[in-house]
Design a protein around this ligand. Structure first.
Ligand SMILES: *[C@@H]1O[C@H](CO)[C@@H](O)[C@H](O)[C@H]1NC(C)=O
Length: 146
């Protein structure tokens, strides 16, 4: 009897846990996924300064680079290497091999991405400025500054 009650007890506990997670979702799921270059993807025919214009990237959002894996790649570089299209010493090589790379934006900083293989000079470069999450209450927007 005890064993039977226990075997019923666990699925019920799992159900309660599942419901709790679902209820918590709306606050946790505010992260956005950005497909870099939208339907054009990561390619040499897109002006990424125009693509980023007006967009806000927040901590916890993520980028999705979709591209031709045979020709280009996704490298995170410093500002200087971004300016010079230097792909010799990337900060991070996000190229996984399938032409479908996910980059989680988990630091509040400016990210610089380029493609190596000569494509940076053909426009394959994008700057992503990651902002802090917006405050929950608008009250904080009226802080008095000295
Ligand atoms: C990036 O990583 C991929 C997959 O490991 C590798 O094939 C490629 O050579 C690397 N590129 C650079 C520039 O380090």
């Amino acid at each position: 009897m005890e064993g039977l009650r226990r075997s019923i007890g666990w699925p019920a506990a799992a159900l309660v846990l599942t419901c709790t997670v679902l209820v918590m979702m709306p606050t946790e799921a505010s992260a956005s996924r950005f497909i870099v270059g939208a339907n054009m993807g990561w390619t040499s025919n897109v002006n990424y300064a125009i693509w980023t214009k007006g967009k806000h990237f927040h901590l916890g959002d993520w980028l999705f680079f979709v591209y031709d894996r045979h020709h280009v790649n996704v490298l995170e570089v410093n500002k200087r290497d971004y300016m010079n299209c230097n792909s010799n010493h990337p900060l991070h090589n996000w190229t996984a091999g399938a032409g479908r790379d996910v980059v989680p934006l988990y630091v509040t900083k400016t990210y610089y991405f380029i493609s190596g293989k000569g494509f940076c000079r053909r426009g394959m470069k994008v700057t992503i400025r990651v902002e802090k999450p917006q405050p929950r209450s608008s009250t904080f927007n009226f802080a008095i500054k000295d």
